[in-house]
Ligand binder design. Structure first.
Ligand SMILES: [Zn+2]
Length: 259
């Protein structure tokens, strides 16, 4: 059964508290929204800490981003939420935050696209990076447009991340997966570099989605995720023993009449 507006308001307040407690936003950063129906979006206001909101702080906007109910002011980033809702009829909630490790990758110009962790590949495929765009303007959403139809989590260059799903907790958990993945990728890099999974393993993980009941958008695409073969210049890796290698070199030299 669908939740009431009152319950959805409580859900946003709860997710806001979690986002703040996890350190994914500072001060009044971030925003959360839920699609109430075809015409209305329930969303967090601007100028309020997402960790300390009251259900009455939330505002309701129409699909053009005009406020239709609420005392507080709307966030300029509402247009990004509306862009996602416009492209993805399946999306009921959008969460935007600045989780520090994922945002670090976004700021370094590094997408989170390497095939490293089974849960990430199954749940998200990969997390592409959209170029920087000035917040509160169409420049912010423009670079995200190619990714929104295919992916449920996107890094935003020099800014943060946005995740969405069929309810606000799903969107929140996706943000949690993105930040967790970024932390692990960073630690692997500090320890000498991650070992990227080969295509055959990535294909098996995509195939296992039905077994886990995962409804994810992203299928395997060239470069998303990046598999081991992509990093080896596209060539297939194989191993030879020392003796086999010597024999191959000898044979090549003989063929050229060197020995
Ligand atoms: Zn932001």
């Amino acid at each position: 059964m669908d939740k009431t507006e009152k319950e959805l308001r409580q859900d946003i307040v709860e997710v806001g508290r979690l986002v703040y407690q996890k350190g994914w936003v500072a001060a009044n950063d971030g925003n959360i929204s839920i699609r109430l129906d075809q015409e209305r979006i329930l969303c967090t206001p601007t100028g309020v800490s997402k960790g300390m909101m009251h259900v009455d702080d939330l505002i309701i906007c129409d699909m053009q981003g005009n406020k239709i109910l609420g005392r507080k002011e709307r966030t300029s980033e509402i247009m990004m939420h509306l862009t996602v809702y416009g492209i993805r009829p399946d999306v009921r909630s959008v969460v935007h935050a600045h989780p520090p490790v994922a945002t670090g990758f976004a700021t370094a110009g590094r997408p989170l696209t390497q095939a490293l962790l089974p849960e990430v590949i199954i749940g998200l495929g990969c997390v592409p990076l959209a170029d920087y765009g000035l917040p509160g303007t169409p420049e912010l959403t423009e670079p995200m447009l190619p990714y929104i139809p295919k992916y449920d989590a996107i890094l935003m260059g020099n800014h943060g991340a946005v995740c969405y799903g069929d309810d606000v907790f799903r969107a929140f958990f996706r943000m949690e997966t993105v930040e967790h993945y970024a932390r692990i990728a960073l630690v692997a890099e500090l320890l000498g570099g991650a070992r990227v999974l080969p295509k055959i393993e990535v294909d098996k993980l995509f195939d296992s989605r039905t077994r886990y009941g995962v409804k994810a958008r992203a299928g395997a695409e060239p470069g998303c995720p990046v598999v081991a073969e992509d990093l080896n210049g596209g060539g297939e890796r194989f191993e030879v023993t020392r003796e086999e290698l010597i024999a191959l070199v000898d044979e090549a030299l003989r063929a050229r009449g060197v020995t």
